[in-house]
Design a protein around this ligand. Structure first.
Ligand code: SF4
Length: 228
């Protein structure tokens, strides 16, 4: 029973964080209209970044060089969410700038989307030591800020890149091989998981599947395609 209540509280917290991220700072009470002036105030990415500050909410702050907040178009229709910063990202403070980033740019070009038009972020904003996998407590500490970013941007589609991204956003343990290419819902936003570009660099034979997933995204966004 306790476990059930804790889970319920945790879900409620996540939902309230999401609403806050959408700019809804108070809930309507009976007798008051939801659209009454002052009932909601839209926030910006800059404000979310300010709130994150010099974050020390998890142990990754001890080893990181830079917080990699995310970058791109605040009004993007497509948002890409990866796992976490690697060496190059930690040095430059930008997401997907290494070899995997170059491949991601190429993948986006294949659906005629310049990189500047999308928004790119990660599940965690600080590089784990030796690029190890992110740990549960780190993901949980960072997650509310990703949800706030999603709330501000309100993309039409989120492309979840790799296992950690897909499993965290969709709150599942299902493997990426079973999730990729399928369409899910996150509070009204479509989520399509696909393989992480770093995985693609090691397994170029999986390119075909990513291409199929990108074609699906292009179709939903009404874009043309060329090959990766
Ligand atoms: S990973 Fe996220 S929660 Fe942890 S220190 Fe960095 S910004 Fe803060």
């Amino acid at each position: 029973m306790d476990e059930y209540i804790n889970e319920l509280i945790s879900d409620l917290k996540t939902y309230l964080e999401y609403l806050k991220g959408m700019g809804i700072v108070s809930l309507p009470t009976s007798g008051r209209k939801a659209d009454e002036p002052g009932q909601s105030t839209m926030i910006t990415l800059e404000e979310v970044r300010k709130e994150l500050g010099d974050c020390k909410r998890c142990k990754l702050h001890r080893t990181r060089r830079t917080i990699v907040f995310g970058e791109g178009n605040e009004k993007a229709t497509l948002m890409l969410v990866g796992e976490g910063p690697g060496y190059d990202e930690d040095v430059q403070g930008k997401p997907f700038v290494g070899k995997a980033g170059q491949l991601l740019t190429k993948i986006l070009q294949s659906i005629n989307l310049p990189r500047e038009e999308v928004y790119i972020a990660n599940i965690i904003k600080c590089r784990p030591p030796q690029n190890r996998n992110p740990e549960t407590d780190e993901i949980q500490s960072c997650h509310p800020f990703l949800m706030k970013q999603i709330g501000v941007i309100q993309p039409k589609i989120i492309c979840a890149l790799g296992t950690f991204s897909a499993q965290t956003l969709l709150k599942t343990d299902t493997k990426i091989t079973a999730l990729r290419g399928k369409l899910f819902d996150l509070e009204g936003i479509k989520v399509i998981p696909t393989y992480h570009p770093a995985f693609l660099l090691r397994n170029p034979d999986k390119k075909r599947e990513v291409w199929e997933d990108m074609k699906k995204i292009a179709e939903l966004l009404g874009l043309g395609t060329s090959s990766i």
